[in-house]
Design a protein around this ligand. Structure first.
Ligand code: ADP
Ligand code: MG
Length: 344
């Protein structure tokens, strides 16, 4: 799944953007860019232009047309895809280069400050650095990363099940979770007396268990999720390296339970989608993905059983919710890059 774009350079400082997935087109000057509701979808690519300019990387104007098959707002990060794409396009037509790690950093800044969603950096990072048939192990605290070969690429596929439910709540609840985790860091620092606690990733499980009773209920649950999820990520790296699909599946199932019960970002439809997947014996595991409250779940599935699993999940999900889900069989592809150098 991807977004494609064609771009040509302009000799002025105007951005002229069109998306074949949306109606109308948007013209915006590079000078004085700010979020503008009236510009709708175009705020995401414009945010990427804004972030470059704000960081002193002057670019030139461009005519750009986009077309994608990542369903927007389904928890599959179409926003990060269009941000990274836009940034790479502008750098290319302007003949400028920046350090590759700056791309996800600046795209995140666009999402945080221009759009106003306090998202993390994972999505922009994998879209920049992803490699075919590899997972990416990222430490968000220092941006060190490692590509882990997915040794089971012939045996397993990822199936995305889109609940086709979208909730506005997702954005405000997302920001609220970020605030609750920050409060957790502050309190844990105070309670343990350890000043080197700067992120939940720097708290170990024993330390947390000793303090948990003193944290307000929701803060304790949010921190409990993040701290246990970090552990599951390390275990997942190990399972990937050993090519152990059942273990990876177990971690996905536990991760979903934690997102549902501790982080409280799932919803009835997402739980139903995960359960619908888990009814098939060919499914190793499943969990929700993205910000939650709707959007998509993913399942790790035996490669030759994809269609069968989808049919069963489709039926079960429809029976329980009355909604038609959408399903996609996915393989792990390369991150954003140039497809062809020049047309005519
Ligand atoms: P997601 O979970 O897909 O990231 P967001 O709400 O964060 O959902 O971002 C979706 C937004 O990204 C869309 O509203 C639109 O502004 C932009 N977008 C995504 N795909 C496209 C596309 N193909 N063309 C134009 N804009 C797109
Ligand atoms: Mg998004």
């Amino acid at each position: 799944m991807s977004i494609l774009a064609a771009v040509s350079r302009r000799n002025d400082r105007l951005l002229h953007l069109k998306s074949l997935n949306f109606t109308g087109s948007v013209a915006a000057p590079l000078d004085g860019l700010e979020y503008d509701r009236g510009r709708g979808w175009a705020n995401y690519p414009l945010g990427a232009a804004w972030a470059l300019e704000k960081n002193g990387i002057a670019v030139c104007g461009a005519d750009i047309v986009f077309q994608g098959d990542i369903p927007p707002g389904s928890g599959l990060s179409s926003s990060a895809a269009i941000e990274v794409l836009m940034m790479k396009l502008l750098l290319a037509v302007s003949g400028r280069t920046i350090e590759k790690k700056e791309i996800p950093i600046l795209c995140r800044q666009a999402e945080n400050e221009f759009i106003g969603v306090k998202s993390g950096i994972m999505d922009q990072f994998i879209i920049t650095f992803g490699r075919e048939n590899h997972a990416l192990f990222l430490n968000c605290a220092n941006l060190e990363y490692r590509l882990i070969p997915f040794r089971n690429a012939d045996e397993a596929v990822v199936i995305v099940g889109d609940t086709n439910v979208k909730r506005e709540l997702a954005k405000s609840a997302y920001n609220q979770r970020v605030a609750e985790c920050a409060e957790g860091v502050r309190l844990l620092k105070e309670l343990t007396g350890k000043r080197d606690i700067t992120t939940l990733g720097s708290v170990d499980k024993e330390e947390f268990d000793a303090c948990r009773g003193k944290l307000p209920g929701p803060v304790g649950r949010r921190c409990g999720h993040v701290i246990s999820e970090n552990r599951r990520v390390l275990d997942a790296v190990d399972a990937l390296e050993r090519g152990h699909l059942p273990e990876l599946g177990r971690l996905l199932r536990e991760s979903h339970a934690s997102l549902r019960d501790l982080y409280e970002v799932s919803c009835g439809e997402l739980d139903c989608m995960v359960e619908a997947f888990l009814r098939s014996p060919a499914v190793y595991g499943a969990r929700m993905t993205g910000a939650g409250f709707g959007g998509s779940a993913i399942a790790l599935v035996k490669a030759d059983s994809g269609e069968e699993v989808i049919e069963r999940a489709r039926r079960t999900y429809k029976e329980k919710t009355g909604i038609d889900g959408s399903f996609h069989v996915c393989r792990i592809a390369d991150g954003a890059g140039k497809l062809t150098t020049q047309i005519a």
